[in-house]
Design a protein around this ligand. Structure first.
Ligand SMILES: [Zn+2]
Length: 554
């Protein structure tokens, strides 16, 4: 997904994604969740909690079939929702913004009763539904969706030549801003169909494989798309405009590009970066995860968003990020930040997804680290190290990265930059690249198409490395402060004492110290250890480009 604000100015990044059947409710975190900045309101609970009427069912399939009227800026249609009941119950929770009208909700021919509360729609069944059985309902709705939030949620705009340009980017606002669904992160449909009727002459690019278009004979044409993988609600997208299309292939993966006619030359030049980008990520993690749906880049007027298999792009067909050097160290001008970041989310965000917004670093921290892997693959290790350390100026260390779950509160931007720096630190902790590359690939392959929490990653890493790094994860993700390596020199004795100062009492992490190029690995804990060193205080270095830590010397 995207970053909305950055130190020193209004910047935008974009990215995200997701996928499969709901995992069990999360186990209690080993550390208490941070207190929210403000108490959650009823709307936050309705939006974020995986409560009884969400947990009682498992989504299987959506068929979204809508008509979009650019003149009235309206949508009308239905979402057919198939789900399996997990417990006997007679109510489920769906979501649709309050300003949109529920026309009717049907199970077969039978109208269902419903109640609306803020942006939630409680759907009631005349008899209890039975655990283990599958049910299908048709949710008919209509109205004029209201644009809001950084990327608008849904926007009815004009392109530079004055023609209609309509697009969605609703990760923050939620998909219920423009269509009815079970709007949460834990549960995803396994497949989806998207049919969009629009005035003749316009093109709709949505997610998945393009099936074809049908002239409806009334001035409208229906565009049909099929998503053959689990997909998160916010990733489902409309991109409606006077697009031109060109294509390419990477092996048997179709690459499809949709841009405004005036952008065609720039796009043909800039989108050539898609192939080496996909190859780089495939090198580290394995095959592009949505192969049957293909890979698409679609021009939009905002910076970009990782809509699954239909990544949107608005980075001015230039390298860097909105023509800036994104990490300020001369590396990002070598590539198109939005192509590399948003597409990285196909692996982390869309294929491996967080089950709660609280753990969104699984999307953003990982994808920001993926940028770094891309740089390493294309431009070498030194450039990658420079690039990731460039992110330090964007970290604030004011709030923990993982937020309180169940209230849909987006974590601080540290989830991007500190998240990536933490993963780079973890690589140094492993201190064996063969093991590190295997860990990354195995982790992706293990969690692909799942919705997971931080605990799942910690458990996996601990098991694969055969050591308990839980306090390290906790310090970086569940605490605001960095660990500090305290060094106390006794130059007369030729010794240095060292220990970690950290909120996690069990915090212990190896680190390289001494002389650059001839590092000594020490194993500090939160208790003092003394070692001999021929180095004076000023000459004694710590590998802070490999480990994101504070250091004090006395
Ligand atoms: Zn992102």
């Amino acid at each position: 997904m995207y970053i909305s604000r950055v130190l020193g100015g209004a910047l935008a990044l974009a990215a995200l994604g997701q996928q499969v059947p709901p995992p069990p409710a999360p186990a209690a975190a080993s550390v208490q969740a941070p207190a929210p900045l403000r108490p959650p309101a009823r709307g936050d609970i309705l939006r974020g909690e995986y409560g009884r009427y969400r947990a009682n069912n498992d989504l299987l399939f959506y068929r979204l079939d809508i008509r979009v009227d650019p003149e009235r800026k309206s949508i009308a249609g239905k979402n057919t929702i198939r789900f399996k009941m997990l417990t006997d119950d007679s109510r489920i929770q769906l979501d649709l913004y309050a300003n949109l009208k529920v026309d009717r909700i049907l199970m077969g021919p039978t109208p269902l009763k419903y109640e609306r509360e803020i942006n939630t729609v409680w759907v009631d069944f005349p008899q209890p539904l039975k655990a283990g059985r599958e049910y299908t309902i048709d949710f008919h709705y209509s109205g004029i969706p209201q644009e809001q939030g950084r990327f608008g949620g849904i926007s009815f705009k004009k392109d530079p030549t004055g023609q209609d340009w309509i697009f969605t980017a609703c990760e923050g606002e939620g998909a219920a801003i423009w269509w009815p669904n079970k709007d949460q992160w834990r549960d995803e449909v396994e497949k989806m169909e998207i049919s969009v009727a629009i005035p003749n002459g316009l093109t709709d690019v949505s997610n998945g494989k393009f099936l074809g278009k049908t002239d409806l004979g009334d001035g409208y044409t229906r565009w049909d798309w099929r998503v053959q993988y689990p997909i998160n609600n916010y990733s489902v997208s409309l991109n409606i405009g006077h697009y031109v299309h060109f294509e390419d292939r990477l092996g048997d993966l179709p690459l499809d590009f949709y841009v405004l006619p005036g952008s065609l030359d720039g796009a043909k030049r800039q989108f050539a970066q898609a192939k080496p980008m996909i190859e780089a990520y495939q090198h580290f993690f394995g095959e592009y995860p949505f192969k049957k749906d293909g890979y698409k880049l679609i021009e939009v007027p905002y910076s970009g968003m990782e809509h699954q298999s239909a990544v949107t792009y608005g980075n001015r067909f230039a390298n860097g990020y909105l023509e800036r050097d994104w990490t300020g160290v001369g590396v990002s001008p070598k590539f198109d930040f939005i192509i590399i970041h948003e597409s990285g989310h196909e692996w982390f965000g869309n294929a491996v997804s967080a089950a709660d917004v609280s753990d969104m670093w699984i999307h953003e921290g990982w994808t920001t680290y993926l940028e770094n892997l891309y740089v390493e693959r294309l431009f070498g290790y030194d450039e990658a190290l420079k690039y990731v350390n460039g992110y330090k100026t964007k970290v604030r260390n004011r709030d923990p990265i993982v937020t309180q779950r169940g209230i849909h509160r987006t974590p601080s931007q540290d989830m991007y930059f500190k998240g990536a720096l933490f993963l780079n630190t973890l690589r140094s902790v492993v201190n064996d690249d063969a093991r590190w590359w295997k860990l990354l690939r195995d982790l992706f392959q293990h969690f692909k198409y799942q919705n997971i929490m931080t605990e799942d990653i910690v458990r996996f890493v601990n098991a694969q490395l055969g050591q308990d790094l839980t306090p390290v994860f906790n310090q970086y993700l569940r605490r605001a402060d960095l660990p500090t390596l305290e060094l106390a020199f006794n130059e007369a004795e030729g010794t240095v004492a060292y220990r970690w100062k950290a909120d996690e009492r069990e915090f212990a992490m190896p680190i390289r110290v001494g002389e650059r190029g001839r590092w000594t690995v020490i194993q500090p804990t939160t208790g003092w250890t003394i070692m001999k060193t021929p180095l004076k205080k000023d000459a004694f270095e710590v590998a802070t480009d490999l480990y994101y830590v504070n250091v004090t010397k006395q």
